[in-house]
Design a binder for this molecule. Structure first.
Ligand code: SAM
Ligand code: DTB
Ligand code: SF4
Length: 333
């Protein structure tokens, strides 16, 4: 199958051309547009492909917390930083399924399980496969994020029925080395290729607010929008500054203008018209008004429930109020 045919099968019925040949200059230009012009483009593209009142709702669970050997400077789960997150063992199947059931009852359509691993051991992968089977049986879509994968591991996950694999590029290729030294950008691209080749939907995005430049934000979107097939899901995280990490408030001043965050969402929407763009980490500290701008910019997915992996997310009732206030509905599975 050609890539385009593969993409048409992935995004059936979608309207509008999908381009993979974005230049960095074109993306810089989108970022530099007057805000109303950028928002108009984003709304136009969004409405051509989605119902703008629908938001996909996912719930996150950390199935293996802390003690990670990687040095991602943003991450509270790295063993290299003293953040107060304790290393735990892989959660039991029963506990995971009880959490998935609760997420289903609260209205989530997808259940995302995260593990603080550099890469899964095959023995652990068997356990995660059982979790995927159990969560699917509850009637939820499944997503896992377990670190780097081999092609063989991706195939095993696919065989267990996995719908999505999350693996982020995180930032631009140029800024990446300032943030992570224990794995390369290319290794991330390799894992994404294994996931794609196995026929699993790709969830891939990044983080904004780590001290990167405007050009790095353009570089990150460029890297995502020029992947051979766009990720079906693009999480845009606003850095959650955790004490003890090299990116905590006291160590590096990395305040970002919230409008630049909205612009990042809008440029993701314009350049990846058929992808779900997730307003991901960082909502706890956002006003309803800022989140409303993000939805206007084309975000159409959120994490729902009081916790992300280790840090807080808005309480479910605050999100229900927000959705009611904006007339938004949860997207059915
Ligand atoms: N260990 C696996 C990995 O790195 O691929 C999976 C879990 S990892 C926590 C998943 C993603 O969460 C990271 O790639 C990063 O984009 C995001 N993340 C982690 N800490 C964050 C923070 N403090 N603020 C915003 N996003 C964060
Ligand atoms: C993604 O891009 N964001 C989520 C999910 N993928 C796994 C994780 C956000 C983590 C925020 C920090 C924490 O709670 O530990
Ligand atoms: Fe480990 Fe993932 Fe955190 Fe990096 S982001 S330290 S790989 S858990």
């Amino acid at each position: 199958m050609t890539l385009r045919a593969q993409e048409d099968a992935i995004f059936p019925g979608a309207i509008g051309a999908v381009r993979h040949d974005w230049s960095r200059g074109e993306i810089r230009h989108l970022f530099a547009l007057p805000f109303p012009d950028l928002m108009f483009q984003a709304q136009t593209v969004h409405r051509a492909n989605f119902d703008p009142a629908e938001v996909q709702v996912s719930t996150l669970l950390s199935i293996k917390t802390g003690g990670c050997p990687e040095d991602c400077a943003y991450c509270p789960q790295s063993a290299k930083y003293d953040t107060g997150v304790k290393a735990e063992k892989l959660m039991s199947l029963d506990k995971v399924l009880a959490e998935a059931q609760a997420a289903k009852e609260a209205g989530a359509s997808r259940f995302c399980m995260g593990a603080a691993w550099r890469e899964p051991k095959d023995r652990d992968l068997d356990k995660v496969c059982a979790m995927i089977e159990g969560v699917r049986a509850i009637g939820l879509e499944t997503c896992v994020t377990l670190g780097m994968l081999t092609g063989q591991q991706a195939k095993r996950l696919k065989a267990s029925g996995l719908d999505y694999y999350n693996h982020n590029l995180d930032t631009s290729p140029e800024f990446y080395g300032e943030i992570i030294t224990t794995r390369t950008y290319q290794e991330r691209l390799d894992t994404l290729a294994h996931v794609r080749d196995a026929g699993i939907h790709v969830c891939c995005g990044g983080i904004v607010g780590m001290g990167e430049s405007a050009d790095d934000r353009a570089g990150m979107i460029h890297a995502l929008a020029t992947l051979p097939v766009h990720p079906e899901s693009v999480p845009i995280n606003l850095l959650v500054k955790v004490e003890g990490t090299p990116l905590s408030d006291g160590v590096r001043q990395t305040a970002i203008d919230p409008m630049d965050f909205v612009r990042t969402i809008a440029v993701a929407r314009v350049t990846m018209p058929r992808s779900m763009v997730r307003l991901s980490a960082g909502r706890e500290d956002m006003t309803d008004e800022l989140q409303a701008l993000c939805f206007l910019a084309g975000a159409n997915s959120i994490f729902y429930g009081p916790k992300l992996l280790t840090t807080p997310n808005p309480a479910a009732d605050r999100d229900r109020q927000l959705m009611d206030r904006l007339g938004l509905r949860a997207m059915p599975v």
